[in-house]
Write a protein that binds this ligand. Structure first.
Ligand code: ZN
Ligand code: ZN
Length: 272
């Protein structure tokens, strides 16, 4: 039923229910915070944090994280072992976005954190990843006006209960004081990306995203997702934003896969 067709009473009930849900959520969060206070135990191994850290990770887990390092592909942000400026992927493909940057290589500890956020429902991990992503944004001198996250269809979001990219975008937006807009809509379900190659991924995502917000016009957009694999999702979302009038699109993801071709671990990442 649309809002227009709902009676005043039903709308009032809906608003009351939302307020009640919010209030219950707040009580629940303060209860959980009292039971499991943040920044006391490590998000990854659960050990007590002995050295003060803004990342909610113990020293040992921090050391296990693989950062991308200083020399990365100028477009996709993948670590480069030689002196080239562009990786093989970006030498051969024209991307719709200006660049992607990620703090981590999608491997071991970073993958573990992202999996526990997405598939384990540990939403608080978005806070930790968001802190690293905000640092990466500042370090790589990106200059954007609005953050937009990669959307899910309603059914996909209902199934998971949340959209991890939205959680990451809200963390990053909050830390950088940047507005976060739900400017993109995913118009249809897409086949799982993990078994597809780069070209097939692009075909699979063709016209799957639409920009529905005029506010993107003339703005520099920061597109946020969890993992960057081939750039197919990033390109499809960027194309929709550019079509909507965005000036340009930069991408910020928690982790980038080292592999040029998606030989993934069968983990069902959204593979941006
Ligand atoms: Zn730890
Ligand atoms: Zn590249």
């Amino acid at each position: 039923m649309t809002d227009k067709r709902k009676s005043r009473k039903e709308r009032g009930d809906g608003a009351r229910k939302a307020r009640l849900k919010n209030a219950i959520g707040k009580v629940r969060n303060s209860f959980l915070n009292a039971l499991f206070p943040r920044y006391v135990t490590c998000d990854v191994c659960g050990e007590e944090i002995t050295v003060k850290s803004r990342y909610c990770l113990c020293g040992e887990c921090m050391n296990k994280l693989e950062f991308v390092g200083e020399h990365v592909c100028l477009v996709c942000g993948v670590p480069m072992s030689d002196e080239a400026e562009y990786c093989m992927r970006c030498q051969n493909v024209q991307s719709e976005f200006v660049r992607n940057r990620s703090p981590f290589v999608y491997d071991n500890t970073a993958r573990d954190i992202i999996h526990r956020l997405k598939f384990g429902g540990k939403k608080y991990l978005a806070e930790t990843l968001g802190a690293f992503m905000s640092d990466e944004y500042l370090k790589s001198r990106m200059n954007c006006d609005i953050a937009v996250y990669v959307p899910m269809t309603e059914a996909e979001e209902k199934k998971r209960g949340f959209n991890q990219s939205e959680l990451l975008a809200r963390e990053v937006g909050g830390r950088l004081n940047m507005p976060v807009l739900p400017a993109l809509v995913k118009t249809r379900e897409t086949a799982t990306q993990k078994t597809l190659g780069g070209k097939e991924r692009a075909e699979n995502l063709k016209d799957a995203f639409v920009c529905t917000f005029n506010e993107v016009k003339g703005r520099r957009i920061l597109l946020i997702d969890d993992v960057f694999t081939t750039g197919a999702t990033a390109s499809a979302c960027s194309a929709a934003l550019l079509k909507g009038g965005a000036r340009d699109v930069s991408v910020l993801t928690a982790a980038v896969t080292k592999l040029k071709i998606p030989v993934e671990s069968g983990d069902g990442t959204s593979a941006i």
